[in-house]
Each structure stands twice: as structure tokens, then as C-alpha cells.
Design a binder for this molecule. Structure first.
Ligand code: CP
Length: 316
């Protein structure tokens, strides 16, 4: 693996999941692999899980870690080639990425969607500029259009908890007061299409994701029908892709409730976190023994660790 930008960088998903599970059993087995190697974690947006689990994963592999919050600690970066930098930006990504590449053997980046400019978001300007101008592997810690570390985590978690070879997995839109990106949902869809699963997406009309991503997936607009016999319910809010970045509905009829979970095959409840209680999901679902959100978050470490291991193995 040269970079981990999207789930399409995965060569064999079953082998990667097995390797992640082995690392989970024995996290320090490859402690010398990352000796004298440094990972740089660059954040343009907030994080709890991604920041801590990626640090822990790197530490488990013996790496050194440097972290930088770009928005309030770094020089304002310029990403446009040929720009006349006489306004607010102080450093071009050309120098920035080249310099960071001398300090770090792997660079991981979090840079969310603006949700105001679809074309720019889809161009993944920040992530792709680092990829273009850095000379070391790049890891996507959630970009404008994808969150592949989360999606790998989700696949590992489903593989640990499934009781049939081909479980029914439902991705359900749920309400949220703020406009959120489509990144988590996009990567989860891509991951489920790659997986052995009976996969259904349910959301209100107007919340269709990019059809280039959902092509081949079943979309059911009736949430209750979608939930029937499900083995996993994965809740997530996203803003409209068609009416880009808009909150079209906060319809609480879409909140995940105990009554809806009763329609499932005793389904496990999943969410990437953070989650708004009694908006996205009711307390009784989140606090139920079938909620595996904490176990899911624990797997963030092993998803990151298996990716860093593969990238380290590809160095030198
Ligand atoms: N799920 C996830 O990426 O969590 P953070 O935003 O806290 O990193």
C-alpha cells in the first residue's frame, strides 16, 4: 500500500480484516517496525477518536508522533498553483508539504468538506495537494468526501459481531441540527459494496448520496421497511448532496427508536460517534446491550494500526 486515501486502496479486505484482528490480540508484536519513524498528524478540523486512536496505533508500532492543528497553530496555507499570495495565505502547500515530508515518514490529514462548494470539495484540494507535493505516504483521517479509516473500523466491527456469513446491514439517515458532510456515509457505502452483506440504505427523499458511490446499492425510502430483519443498523446524519450542504429535514420520525429496533433481527446498533443523544438515537437504543458503538470506537486503533503497518512495510 502506497497511500490510504480511500477504501479503494485496500488490496484484499478479508486479509486486512484478519490482520487487524491479529493486531488487536497482540498489539505490540510489531513494536520495532516503526522504530526511528515519525508520523505527522495534521488536523484542519476537530477530532477525538481519530486523533487519539491513530496516535495509539502509531505508538503500538513503535513510531514517534507529531501533531499539528493547522487552523489555529500553522501558517495559513495556499493551495492554488500560480496564485499571487498578497492576501491572507502565508505559505504555499508546495513548500509546506515538502518541508513536512522531511520531518515525517508518513503524513495523516483531516480536512473536512466546506459544504458550500461542491466542486472544490469533490476535488479534495487539501488531501490531493499533500499527495501531490509530499514525498511520503498520505493517510486520509477524513476528507471532504471520505473517511476510510472509519469504514475499515466498521468492517472489522461487523466481522466480529456477525452471526451469519451475509448479514443484513442497514445504513439509516437520522436527523441532526447541523449540516454534516457525506464523508462517513460515502466510505461506509463503498465498504459495504466490497463486503459480503445484504446492504440497504434508507433516507428521506432529497438525501440521495452521490450515485457514482451508491451505484449497485439498494435504496429504501421507507425506514421501517428497511429495518425489517436487519442484523446491523448503522445510523448517520448527512446533509443533502443534491441540494449541496443543506439541511432539508430534521424530521424526528427518523430518530432511531426502540420501536424501530424491534423490527430488526435483534440488530446491533452502530454509529461512528460523536452522536447527539435523543436526536439521532434515543437513549434506550444507545444504552442497550445491542449498542456496539464503544467496541466500534475501540477498533479505530486496530484499523489505523493495520494501515500504518502496511505503509511502514512499504517504506525503503
Ligand atoms: N468517528 C470519528 O472520526 O470521530 P472523531 O471525529 O472524534 O475523530
Amino acid at each position: 500500500m502506497k497511500n490510504y486515501i480511500s477504501v479503494n486502496d485496500i488490496y484484499s479486505l478479508p486479509l486486512l480484516i484478519e490482520e487487524a484482528k491479529k493486531l488487536k490480540k497482540n498489539p505490540f508484536e510489531h513494536k520495532s517496525l516503526g522504530e526511528n519513524k515519525t508520523i505527522g498528524l495534521l488536523f484542519f478540523n476537530p477530532s477525538l477518536r481519530t486523533r487519539l486512536s491513530t496516535q495509539k496505533a502509531a505508538k503500538n508500532l513503535g513510531m514517534d508522533i507529531v501533531v499539528m492543528n493547522f487552523n489555529n497553530e500553522g501558517w495559513a496555507l495556499e493551495f492554488e498553483d500560480g496564485s499571487v499570495m498578497n492576501a491572507t495565505t502565508s505559505e504555499h502547500i508546495k513548500e509546506g508539504a515538502a518541508v513536512i515530508s522531511q520531518y515525517c515518514d508518513i503524513i495523516a490529514i483531516r480536512a473536512f468538506a466546506s459544504l458550500t462548494d461542491k466542486e472544490k470539495d469533490e476535488a479534495e484540494l487539501i488531501l490531493n495537494s499533500f499527495k501531490k507535493y509530499a514525498s511520503v505516504p498520505i493517510v486520509n483521517m477524513e476528507s471532504a468526501t471520505g473517511h476510510p479509516l472509519q469504514a475499515l473500523t466498521d468492517a472489522i466491527t461487523i466481522s466480529e459481531h456477525k452471526t451469519t456469513d451475509k448479514p443484513k446491514v442497514v445504513l439509516s439517515w437520522a436527523p441532526h441540527p447541523k449540516a454534516l458532510p457525506q464523508a462517513v456515509a460515502n466510505s461506509f457505502v463503498e465498504m459495504m459494496i466490497k463486503s459480503e452483506a445484504d446492504f440497504v440504505i434508507t433516507h428521506p427523499e432529497g438525501y440521495e448520496l452521490d450515485t457514482a458511490i451508491t451505484q449497485g446499492a439498494t435504496i429504501e425510502y421507507n425506514q421501517e421497511k428497511a429495518f425489517e430483519n436487519a442484523d446491523f443498523i448503522y445510523a448517520k446524519n448527512w446533509s443533502s448532496y443534491v441540494d449541496y450542504g443543506k439541511v432539508l429535514s430534521q424530521d424526528e420520525k427518523w430518530t432511531i427508536s426502540e420501536a424501530k429496533m424491534q423490527l430488526t433481527n435483534n440488530a446491533k446498533f452502530m454509529h461512528c460517534l460523536p452522536i447527539r443523544r435523543n436526536v439521532v438515537v434515543n437513549d434506550e437504543v444507545l444504552d442497550h446491550e445491542n449498542s456496539i458503538v464503544i467496541q466500534q470506537a475501540n477498533n479505530r486503533t486496530y484499523a489505523a494500526q493495520v494501515i500504518l503497518k502496511q505503509l511502514l512495510e512499504g517504506l525503503s
